[in-house]
Design a protein around this ligand. Structure first.
Ligand code: PEP
Ligand code: MG
Length: 493
């Protein structure tokens, strides 16, 4: 058992050699779990009582995985795939069975896929993922999204065996096994059209996004960590519309120097283009051990700016790092989950106090424009109280889940979680009009901004700046170029 655990840890460590920062974080998390004696203890006890190592390990892990799957917290449910990954890896080490890589272009199907299984595959030559369960908020979904790998979750059962022909259309959410000739021909033609569209979009990705009726739309990128910028050409976008800072909090609370260096990297890369960095949005589906609190309903709890204001010791460190980094580029700072004007006022005071302290100490710094995420329905319905914000950025992921009362991490209600619902579009339109009337710049940085099926409705609602994941840039720009800014698509009025 012990030897298998070490072998499993060593094989994960080997994978880390070629992993980027995001992937390395996930792998590190798995190694930490393998090091956790409390995870291994029940299996060792069963072995001591006479069970075989493989049975002891399988039983112990099944119980552990069940616990994670039953967790109320979406974060822990999503981590069950990490546990399944670890369980299978140790079992393989126990049985000495070598891993067999799937052929290029294979559609991987299963109950769930683990991050290390994902990372062990070469996705540059095609292929996709179809999961019976899974969650759009899981680690593997984040990895697939950022690498543009087609993936469907919550598919239920798919009757397919190895070597069956499987057609996966992640664009429209369809998967079919052993298609008849007609379905196959239709798929090939649809996929050729998609490929052409992508190639064509790629050719024009450097161009500004202008609608058919001549309205220029700003297209910015969302980034999750500084390493992301290595794969993005700044000439392809109008800046960074959202830099999430939660990655910094993955391994405890980051110090000022670590944060300053991460922010500075992105600001210097962007040159004079704007970079909107969001203060930490911990809580909800993004718990941070030692910082977030235990809650029965974390999505409606102490998250985002609420948590930052309740922990000024932590918030001040981030404010100082941002104020210092601001001298290296065109920084804007944004507060997540703002519900009340008071929160913006308090956060602004904290930034002003830290700026004054830096000035007194002779440390170079600059006060950036301070804006807010509009993702709480109260603010979208009544933005008047927050008109002193330097800008609004609509967080359509959270705004949609709160308006529709449908958890963003729950596949069972995924159909309800639709930004194109007239109620959500009406609110987005309201915010866009309010911004235009009061000279407050409004952008949208939720996932809907990069979704070609949602873009026309967002433009019609009056959105003129979108921030999208890097993999979505070409198609988002092409969709804009083929849309009218003044159109009113069906159902979006
Ligand atoms: C959003 O809610 O739309 C958003 C961009 O923030 P996050 O997905 O990080 O909650
Ligand atoms: Mg959000």
């Amino acid at each position: 058992m012990r030897a298998a655990l070490s072998e499993a840890a060593a094989s994960i460590a080997a994978l880390m050699q070629s992993a980027d920062e995001e992937a390395a974080g996930i792998l590190e998390f798995q190694i930490a779990m393998l090091d956790d004696e409390s995870l291994v203890e029940p299996a060792l006890a069963a072995i001591a009582a006479g069970a075989s190592a493989a049975d002891a390990w399988s039983d112990a892990m099944a119980t552990e995985i069940e616990g994670y799957e039953a967790a109320e917290d979406g974060y822990f449910r999503a981590r069950s795939s990490d546990l399944r990954d670890i369980a299978a890896r140790v079992l393989r080490a126990l049985s000495g069975i070598a891993e067999k890589a799937p052929p290029h272009g294979a559609i991987i199907q299963g109950k769930d896929l683990t991050p290390t299984q994902f990372l062990a595959m070469d996705w540059t030559r095609g292929g996709g993922i179809v999961l019976k369960e899974g969650s759009p908020a899981s680690h593997v979904a984040m990895l697939a999204r950022s690498r543009g790998v087609p993936m469907l979750v919550g598919v239920g059962s798919l009757e397919a065996a190895n070597d069956d022909l499987v057609l996966l259309d992640a664009e429209h959410g369809h998967v079919v096994a052993r298609p008849d000739t007609e379905a196959h021909r239709a798929f090939l033609s649809a996929s050729a059209t998609h490929r052409d569209r992508l190639q064509h979009a790629q050719l024009r990705v450097r161009e500004r996004a202008v609608t058919v009726d001549g309205v220029t739309i700003e297209v910015l990128v969302n980034i999750a960590e500084p390493a992301d910028v290595r794969t993005i050409d700044i000439a392809h976008c109008d800046g960074v519309g959202l830099m999430r800072t939660e990655f910094l909090f993955g391994h405890g609370l980051p110090d000022e120097a670590t944060q300053y260096s991460a922010y500075r990297t992105v600001l210097e890369w962007a040159g004079d283009k704007p970079v909107t960095i969001r203060t930490v949005d911990a809580g909800g589906d993004k718990p941070v051990p030692g910082y977030t609190v235990e809650e029965t309903n974390p999505f409606l709890g102490l998250r985002g700016i609420r948590l930052s204001l309740s922990r000024p010791d932590v918030f001040r460190v981030q404010a100082r790092a941002l104020l210092r980094a601001a001298v290296h580029g065109n920084l804007k700072v944004m507060f997540p989950m703002v519900s009340l004007a008071r929160e913006l006022v308090e956060a602004t005071h904290l930034f002003e106090a830290e700026a004054a302290a830096l000035a007194a100490a002779g440390i170079p710094h600059r006060m950036p424009p301070l804006g807010i995420m509009v993702e709480v329905p109260a603010v979208a319905i009544s933005p008047e109280g927050l008109a002193s914000a330097a800008f609004f950025s609509i967080g359509s992921n959270d705004l949609t889940q709160y308006v529709m009362a449908a958890g963003r991490d729950n596949t069972a209600v995924a159909a309800l979680n639709d930004v194109r619902n007239p109620a959500v579009i009406a609110l987005i339109g309201h915010v866009a009009r309010f911004g235009a009337a009061h000279a407050i710049p409004v952008s949208l940085c939720g996932d809907a901004g990069g979704d070609p099926t949602a873009i026309p409705a967002l433009l019609s609602a009056g959105i003129r700046a979108l921030s999208v994941t890097p993999a979505q840039l070409p198609l988002a720009k092409a969709t804009i170029a083929a849309s009218r800014a003044q159109d009113t698509p069906d159902g979006a009025a």
